[in-house]
Design a protein around this ligand. Sequence first.
Ligand code: PLP
Length: 400
Amino acid sequence: MVKINENFLSMKKNYLFIEIAKRVKAFSQAHPDADIIRMGIGDVTLPIAPAAVEAMKKAADEMGVKETFRGYEDSGAGYDFLKEAVAKYYNSFGANVKADEIRINDGAKADCGNIVDIFGDDNVVMITDPAYPVYVDTNLMNGRKIIYADSTEENGFAAMPDDSVHADIIYLCSPNNPTGSVYTKEQLKKWVDYANKNGSVIIFDAAYESFISEPDLPRSIFQIEGARTCAIEMCSLSKTAGFTGMRCGYTVIPEELKVTASDGSDVYLAQLWGRRQGSKFNGVSYPVQRAAEAIFTDEGQKQIKVNIDYYRENARIIASTLDEMGIYYTGGKNSPYIWLKCPGGLGSWEFFDKLLEEANVVGTPGEGFGKNGEGYFRLTAFGDRERTKQAMERFKALKF
Ligand code: PLP
C-alpha cells in the first residue's frame, strides 16, 4: 500500500488565511453594507511598468516568427541578457556578484522551498521567529529539526546569533516579512561571522530589498565581507516590480561556496543546486525574462520607483498614524510591512476581530507567523492610497 510522507501530518494546518477569510465572510454576511478595507494580504495592487509591458509584447511577437521563436532555454538557469542585467544591478550597490552565479526562477517562493533538496535531513535549521511560513513548512516536510531565533521587542524584531547554539542552516529575511525590520551591515556581519565559524549556510531572503530607502542599510548579504563563503541569496521581482502575477525571481550562489561531503570531498553548492534544477525545473518563459530585463534598464528602474514610492508613502501614512496613537511598531520605513503591537494588551486574534467589527479593516494576526507574533499584527502598504487613508482614520477612532 502506498505510504504518504508522514512529516506532513506534523505540520500545523494552514489555517491562517483560511481563518481570516472565514471571519471576514461571516462578518460581511452579517453586515452586507460594511465597506471592508483589506490590509492583510501581501500582494501588490499597481500594474507592471510600461517598459516591462512593451518588452513582453515584443517578445511575444518574436515567439510568433520562425526565425526568432524560442523553445526550451538551454540551461534553464536564465538567459544571459537577464543574468547580466541582474549582476549589473547587484554591482550598482556594492554587492560583487557574477552573472554566472545567478539562476533565474519563477519567483522566490519556489526556490526558498526547494533549496532544502540539496541539504541532508539531519541538519539543524535555525529560523527567526516570527517568519515567512515557507521556511518552517518546507523543513518540516523533510522532518528536519528546527530551532528558533527569537525576534522580539527587546531586539527590535531582528534576531541575532547566539554563540552557544549551533545551527547548520539559517534563514534570514531582511527587510523582514512580517516585521518590516532591516538588518544593519554590522548585524548581518555578526550572522556571517557566526555562519563561517560554525560551517553553516545562510539562506538570505531579500525579496523586499527595493523598499530600503536608507543608503547605509544592506540590500544584499553579498555587501557583507565573508558572505561569499556562507550565503545563498534569493530575491524576487514580485514586490519590486509588481511581478506577483508574472513570476520571476533569482537565486545567487557564489562560486566559492562549498561544503565537505562525508567522503571528505569538496562539494560546490552552486553545482549541486544546478544539478537539482536541471532535473526538476525547465526555466522561465522568454517573454517574462525579457520583461524582467526591462525592469533593470534606466527607464524600467525609473518606472518601478514611482510605484515603490507610492507604497512607501502608504507605509508612511500608516506609521505616522501609529506614532500619533503612541502604538509600538517596527517596519514602515524601509519595508512595505508595518508590524504593530496590538493596543490595549489584546491578543492577535482579539485585535483582528475588533478591527474588523469596529473599523471594518482586515489585517493579519501576528500569531500566524510564529509564537513571537502573538500580541502583534501586520498591516501592508500595498493597498490603494485613499483606502489606506480611510483605514487609518477609522483606526484612530478605535477606543481601547
Ligand atoms: N520571500 C518572502 C519573504 C515573501 O514575503 C514572499 C512573498 O510574499 C516571497 C519570498 C515569494 O515571492 P514570489 O514567489 O512571488 O517571488
